[in-house]
Design a protein around this ligand. Structure first.
Ligand SMILES: [Zn+2]
Length: 93
């Protein structure tokens, strides 16, 4: 397997965790945007930026839809819809 340029040690804090599918909202009122942890794509409320994606429970780390799809299996994420609290991924026993 070739190494993807987007992978830079995110396993340390993003492997085997639950991600929440949600609209982008800044973590604090004096922040207006974040970046995808993998490709650096910008999240904000502005047109042209990513307005929804996948974040950690604390809203600190964000992943865009493309990187989410690419790394879902590698990082073994469980995914929950933030609005319905519904588990979106299959649980393997
Ligand atoms: Zn990305």
């Amino acid at each position: 397997m070739s190494t993807d340029w987007r992978l830079q040690g995110q396993e340390a804090f993003l492997k085997d965790i639950v991600l929440y599918r949600r609209k982008y909202t800044p973590l604090r009122s004096d922040w207006e945007h974040d970046h995808c942890e993998f490709c650096g794509k910008k999240f904000s409320a502005e047109i042209g930026d990513e307005t929804e994606g996948y974040s950690t429970a604390d809203g600190y780390h964000w992943t865009c839809r493309v990187c989410f799809a690419d790394f879902l299996q590698k990082f073994n994420w469980q995914v929950v819809d933030i609005d319905t609290q519904e588990m979106l991924t299959q649980q393997n026993e």
